[in-house]
Unconditional design. Structure first.
Length: 648
């Protein structure tokens, strides 16, 4: 069975050609292993897990039965041609045996690296850059955990000022207080929790605590705030500014409020020539939305933050992992369930990562009887039967023509079955009416600007951006009739904002490509324009023609010529992946009418927890929702084993 019969990409095949041009191999399993490790890297895995490849190839690769059969036939052929049959019995993993003789995994500078068991059995196959990044992260974590910081003698008094005296009556730990105490003592702290559990509030109090202690010693701390995307950085900045109001008088002194993207902080441009990472002049780095950090970016972060500085990472361990390779955050948080509330013991032994992980449990966004909160909890633990019962009793949205605008909108609702037509050519009339209602304020503000000669100033632009961002359509897929590309086309036409379909705008006349009100998202970092992947702007009329307004993070906007934006897409709808780091008052969650590998429990959880107040389901077939609930994201990597299991 030739290599091209399996779903290899052009990059996979080019990688194999490169390897074979330097050293040939006659073993077809060698070729397949090289292709597989490249393929898995492209699918977000840090490595190729050989045990999973042998025991559960379909689950690992997500291939069809026919493709898996073709793959298995390679091992059978190799067994017949090159080795005694008993070597390929159930007692031996043929992939592990073949990996031990990979010609491209020999030597200290080989392009492929094998991770071995103590007995020499090959466990995982890495591309060297992924292996190096994983080793960098592991080593840096060990060094940071071994570093003990001096805790102020009056720490309890300061904690009492920020949190109030410890309440021992209900025997429930105050995890925000505990997280602060953990971060005081060590060079690395992980704070994880769901939406609204107070991660940012906790960090603000931590910053106040540390800065207060530093001022007492006449050495104010240099503090840096960052997040993986522009949207996440802007949201962190806003959250910090809001949380400062909850501090006691004078405790906000010296706390920064402006976050930047990680790429800006680390001066990282993956498309540029490799340069040694700069060592930051800092005493404390706080990074939000850590679940979005990929393997190589996390390695660079660990290199750039000096050993004398504290590093605090925030994120939701149950969210989707980074689009790029490596589910780093979920692996780091694997010991979260073993985290404890013992924060006072001081020894000369290194802290464990479990001891430096704080899990925040109480959501302040979703109250005790919140429907969105209940959905997120049930999805997270896979309570299928309870959700099926809840689904049947969900209120169904009624036509906006028959519903008073004064009628309270249900917190969670679903569209009626008769609205669930396949979106081909145009949207159902009730779907369009619902979208218009959801964007009512934005469309009302936009209408005057569609008149000839209208001019938009910064204040109006900021108001339009804010009103548009109150509602967001989130899709599981990018392509297909239920995907982002199709819905963006249909919504723009249905709202009367454009006459041409968005997918053809590149071929359209320049004046037709950009139209008043067109919302766009940056899809690639642009360091010259200081725009980051995920930034959202809006095309609006100015006195000098159409310009795209982007929030500047300081309460104003920046105007950019449309012709300077070469990596944007319309964003009436966006993928759930792109929505990470954002929140919206109302989310419309769109699923396709058939199952897909990307539909997982983590995707559902991430999507619905972007909603603050209202969630609407657009689900053509409920069976697709239940199948997604039973499917988990699995990504191969060795960090968790190195950090937690190897020491047992």
């Amino acid at each position: 069975m030739g290599a091209t019969a399996l779903p290899w990409t052009a990059l996979d095949l080019a990688w194999l050609d490169f390897l074979k041009s330097h050293q040939a191999s006659s073993d077809p399993l060698h070729d397949t292993l090289a292709l597989l490790v490249s393929h898995q890297m492209g699918q977000g895995h840090a490595c190729l897990d050989l045990e999973a490849l042998w025991q559960a190839p379909s689950q690992l690769l997500g291939w069809t039965d026919l493709q898996i059969k073709s793959l298995v036939s390679l091992t059978e052929q190799s067994a017949n041609d090159e080795a005694p049959a008993d070597l390929f019995s159930q007692a031996h993993n043929p992939w592990a045996l073949a990996a031990k003789t990979l010609p491209w995994a020999m030597g200290d500078h080989s392009p492929i690296v094998l991770a071995l068991q103590d007995d020499g059995q090959a466990l995982r196959v890495y591309l060297r850059r992924a292996w190096s990044a994983e080793q960098t992260i592991h080593s840096a974590i060990q060094h940071r955990l071994a570093q003990h910081f001096e805790v102020p003698h009056d720490v309890e008094a300061k904690l009492n000022t920020l949190f109030g005296p410890t309440d021992t009556s209900n025997n429930v730990p105050d995890w925000q207080r505990i997280a602060c105490a953990k971060a005081l003592r060590s060079g690395l702290t992980l704070i994880t929790g769901g939406p609204g559990t107070g991660k940012t509030t906790t960090v603000v109090r931590l910053l106040a605590l540390l800065q207060r202690a530093a001022h007492d010693s006449q050495k104010p701390l240099r503090i840096h705030l960052a997040a993986p995307t522009g949207k996440a950085a802007s949201r962190l900045s806003s959250s910090i500014q809001s949380a400062l109001n909850s501090l006691p008088p004078s405790w906000a002194e010296g706390i920064p409020t402006q976050a930047v993207t990680l790429h800006q902080l680390l001066q990282y441009n993956p498309d540029a020539a490799a340069r040694p990472p700069p060592l930051l002049a800092t005493d404390l780095v706080v990074v939000d939305e850590a679940s979005m950090i990929d393997l190589e970016l996390m390695a660079r972060l660990m290199k750039c933050v000096p050993q004398h500085a504290r590093l605090v990472l925030l994120g939701d361990k149950d969210q989707l992992a980074s689009v790029e390779a490596g589910a780093v955050w979920s692996q780091l948080c694997e010991g979260a369930s073993q985290s404890d509330d013992k924060t006072q013991a001081q020894t000369h032994q290194p802290y464990t990562l479990q001891a430096q992980t704080a899990v925040l449990h109480v959501s302040r966004r979703f109250h005790a009887d919140s429907a969105i909160g209940e959905w997120s909890r049930c999805i997270n633990v896979g309570q299928l039967q309870q959700l099926k019962a809840t689904w049947q009793s969900l209120p169904q949205e009624v036509s906006s023509n028959s519903q008073s605008q004064l009628t309270p909108k249900p917190e969670v609702q679903r569209w009626p079955d008769e609205w669930q037509t396949r979106p081909q050519g145009q949207l159902h009339q009730h779907v369009l009416a619902s979208l218009r209602t959801s964007w009512r304020e934005w469309l009302s503000d936009l209408k005057p600007l569609q008149q000839s000669g209208a001019v938009c100033d910064a204040e109006k632009a900021l108001n339009l951006l804010n009103n548009f961002g109150k509602f967001q359509v989130l899709c599981a897929l990018r392509q297909g009739p239920w995907g982002v590309e199709t819905l963006n086309e249909l919504i723009g036409v249905a709202l009367g904002l454009t006459k041409s379909l968005d997918r053809n705008f590149q071929a359209a006349k320049p004046q037709e490509a950009w139209y008043v009100g067109r919302p766009v998202m940056i899809t690639r970092n642009d360091y010259h324009l200081h725009l980051m992947n995920g930034d959202v702007g809006q095309c609006l009329p100015t006195s000098t023609g159409l310009r795209v307004a982007f929030p500047d993070g300081k309460g104003g906007v920046r105007w950019i010529l449309p012709s300077r934006l070469d990596a944007v897409e319309t964003v009436f709808a966006m993928t759930v992946h792109k929505s990470q780091g954002s929140e919206y008052a109302h989310v419309l969650m769109v699923l396709p009418d058939r199952e897909a590998p990307v539909l997982t429990r983590e995707l559902l959880y991430t999507g619905i927890t972007r909603a603050k107040s209202h969630l609407t389901w657009w689900v053509p077939k409920a069976s697709v929702l239940w199948a997604a609930l039973n499917q988990r994201v699995t990504r191969s990597g060795g960090l968790a084993e190195a950090l937690f299991h190897r020491s047992k």
